[in-house]
Design a protein around this ligand. Structure first.
Ligand SMILES: *[C@@H]1O[C@H](CO)[C@@H](O)[C@H](O)[C@H]1NC(C)=O
Ligand SMILES: *[C@@H]1O[C@H](CO)[C@@H](O)[C@H](O)[C@H]1NC(C)=O
Ligand SMILES: *[C@@H]1O[C@H](CO)[C@@H](O)[C@H](O)[C@H]1NC(C)=O
Ligand SMILES: *[C@@H]1O[C@H](CO)[C@@H](O)[C@H](O)[C@H]1NC(C)=O
Ligand SMILES: *[C@@H]1O[C@H](CO)[C@@H](O)[C@H](O)[C@H]1NC(C)=O
Ligand SMILES: *[C@@H]1O[C@H](CO)[C@@H](O)[C@H](O)[C@H]1NC(C)=O
Ligand SMILES: *[C@@H]1O[C@H](CO)[C@@H](O)[C@H](O)[C@H]1NC(C)=O
Length: 509
């Protein structure tokens, strides 16, 4: 957001929050997967002023005991371009996800670049418990039971309440309100549209994996994330088939080498490990660490270099990082030593993006992943945002590690003793795929190289639900600022979105 002018006095310290994606799917230890949201690149600027405000919000929207009704927190939101807006003109509303909301102010180029033509006010609402929107002031990692109000249902009720209050208090009850969200924010945006029909007149849901759950009807393919990562590392995804074959073979190499002292030494040497592996369990941890980089590189399949998946880390990922990683694995590597050295260089595209990492340290991260976001997302994913991700090593380039519900629930109970995991809540509460047949005024966009796209809505029969699958790109690029390297398909996707926004606004009048 280079040229988005933020009044210095209102935005104080901007602390980075969000965690990196795809921390799960490792054999040991098991931790649930997290949809990622990162700062976008802002090579084409938006303009406008933002003011940081706080809304006195109920902590529990679904409890009517007298004591509960008195319990509120201060929910942060930004209002931007107010000086250019008049009552009853459109409002673009970002349904904040699992990060400090500053990230979304900065990355949501689609909102900034189209505000002018629609005369829209921009509102960016922060998700409860994240950033500065703390239900229990001073407690950014509240324990059970204080964390219990961290639920999608509560977050949606927050947004609906804020929108209604804002319109009423600004004499703008006929303002069309268009929701925007990427990743988990896109899930919330589409759910807000269907659960609170008067809150949003339409929603642009970018890379929103709303069917990436158990108990979907029909069933969701738990291995789809791994399968798209594999596509990205193959000829069909812009690399070569040697790449995925070498990667798949490298895990076997590691598992067998991990059983002897000389094998462990070879792994430590080829990976340039800061701390040598001592056991097969150490090797499994290294495998998980290596694998995580592929999820982030796959999501970051953009036609230009991007910092987005590094979340404010000091380096930058190249355009199509998976293809760059595959450059080290694109020939028929015939020995384990060659494959391990190639794998180390491949994951270095992500972990050594700054070029100053002298040894691979599996306890370090390249972004500002925080314990806080891990903890908060961990709670969400251990209750109702229980998002399965498995792999089998046959239809994907990894190793056999099928999604195991029992094991995941056990691990949730270690972190949050006694917590109730409800894997079917998304199907029950939001209707899973159903929105594609009975929803309205939603555009679901996905990138075909984004590993999350398999958990998204890719086709719809409802006349007012549109789906856009953007070939050759990663995670919700359409929400970001325009870039000269954008492909025709990216521009076309944005044009479809803008066309829908125009239609929703016109229909409101
Ligand atoms: C920001 O607000 C100030 C004061 O209202 C105004 O002068 C300025 O033009 C605005 N900046 C932008 C980029 O809209
Ligand atoms: C957002 O952009 C502003 C202005 O460029 C910058 O100061 C701030 O660090 C950014 N915040 C985040 C969270 O990216
Ligand atoms: C809303 O309308 C009332 C009555 O016309 C007026 O007094 C008030 O200032 C208006 N508020 C805003 C925020 O425009
Ligand atoms: C790779 O090399 C090995 C050993 O030379 C050979 O057996 C195998 O057929 C080659 N694979 C491909 C796909 O060329
Ligand atoms: C990181 O990149 C630098 C510069 O390319 C290289 O010299 C170094 O060996 C890399 N580190 C690892 C662990 O591969
Ligand atoms: C590895 O990373 C961790 C976490 O950042 C750090 O505490 C540790 O010192 C690093 N170890 C080495 C050998 O660099
Ligand atoms: C799933 O995990 C449970 C608990 O850790 C274990 O007992 C079970 O064998 C696992 N199932 C499979 C199919 O691996």
């Amino acid at each position: 957001m280079r040229n988005v002018i933020i009044i210095a006095a209102v935005i104080l310290a901007v602390s980075m929050a969000c965690d990196a994606a795809a921390r799960g799917r490792r054999r040991f230890p098991v931790s649930p997967m997290i949809p990622a949201d990162r700062v976008g690149d802002s090579s084409t600027p938006g303009t406008g002023n933002c003011t940081q405000l706080f809304f006195h919000q109920r902590i529990d929207h679904f409890n009517f005991e007298p004591a509960q009704q008195l319990t509120h927190y201060e929910q942060r939101y930004y209002v931007c371009r107010q000086e250019k807006w008049n009552p009853n003109q459109p409002i673009f509303f970002y349904t904040g996800n699992e990060c400090n909301v500053d990230l979304f102010v900065n990355m949501s180029g689609l909102m900034w670049e189209n505000a002018e033509q629609f005369g829209a006010l921009l509102i960016f609402a922060e998700h409860r418990y994240f950033g500065k929107s703390l239900p229990f002031p001073g407690e950014d990692m509240p324990p059970v039971p204080k964390i219990n109000f961290l639920q999608t249902d509560q977050a949606l009720a927050d947004y609906a309440t804020l929108i209604n209050w804002f319109k009423v208090t600004h004499n703008s009850t006929s303002s069309p309100v268009i929701g925007f969200g990427g990743s988990y924010g896109g899930m919330l945006c589409s759910w807000l549209r269907i659960k609170y029909p008067s809150a949003l007149d339409g929603c642009i849901a970018g890379s929103a994996p709303i069917v990436n759950f158990e108990e979907m009807i029909p069933a969701f393919n738990f291995d789809s994330f791994a399968q798209t990562e594999t596509l990205d590392a193959s000829a069909a995804g812009g690399a070569t088939d040697f790449c995925k074959a070498n990667i798949r073979q490298a895990w076997n190499d590691m598992e067998s080498l991990g059983q002897t002292q000389s094998g462990l030494a070879l792994i430590s040497e080829q990976f340039k490990l800061c701390t040598p592996v001592q056991s097969l369990d150490d090797v499994y941890n290294l495998m998980g660490y290596a694998e995580n980089s592929f999820g982030n590189m796959a999501m970051s399949s953009y036609p230009y270099p991007s910092t987005y998946l590094l979340l404010g880390g000091k380096g930058i990922l190249p355009a199509y990082p998976m293809r760059v990683a595959c450059d080290f694995l694109n020939t028929n590597l015939t020995t384990p030593a060659e494959r391990l050295a190639g794998l180390r260089q491949a994951i270095g595209v992500y972990y050594n993006n700054t070029g100053d990492v002298m040894c691979i340290n599996i306890t370090s991260t390249v972004n500002y992943a925080t314990e806080v976001v891990d903890y908060l997302w961990g709670y969400l994913s251990c209750t109702t945002m229980f998002m399965p991700a498995g792999q089998n090593g046959v239809t994907d380039m990894f190793y056999n590690a099928p999604w195991n519900t029992t094991q995941q629930i056990e691990s949730c109970n270690q972190q949050f003793p006694g917590v109730l995991t409800q894997p079917d809540w998304v199907q029950i509460n939001y209707g899973g795929y159903g929105v594609a047949s009975w929803g309205s005024n939603i555009v679901f966009s996905n990138g075909a190289l984004d590993p999350w796209h398999g958990g998204g809505i890719l086709s719809a029969t409802a006349p007012a639900v549109e789906t856009v699958l953007i070939p050759d790109v990663g995670h919700h690029i359409d929400l970001m600022f325009s870039n000269p390297k954008d492909t025709g398909a990216i521009r076309a996707a944005r044009a479809i979105e803008v066309e829908n926004i125009a239609k929703w606004i016109a229909n409101k009048k």
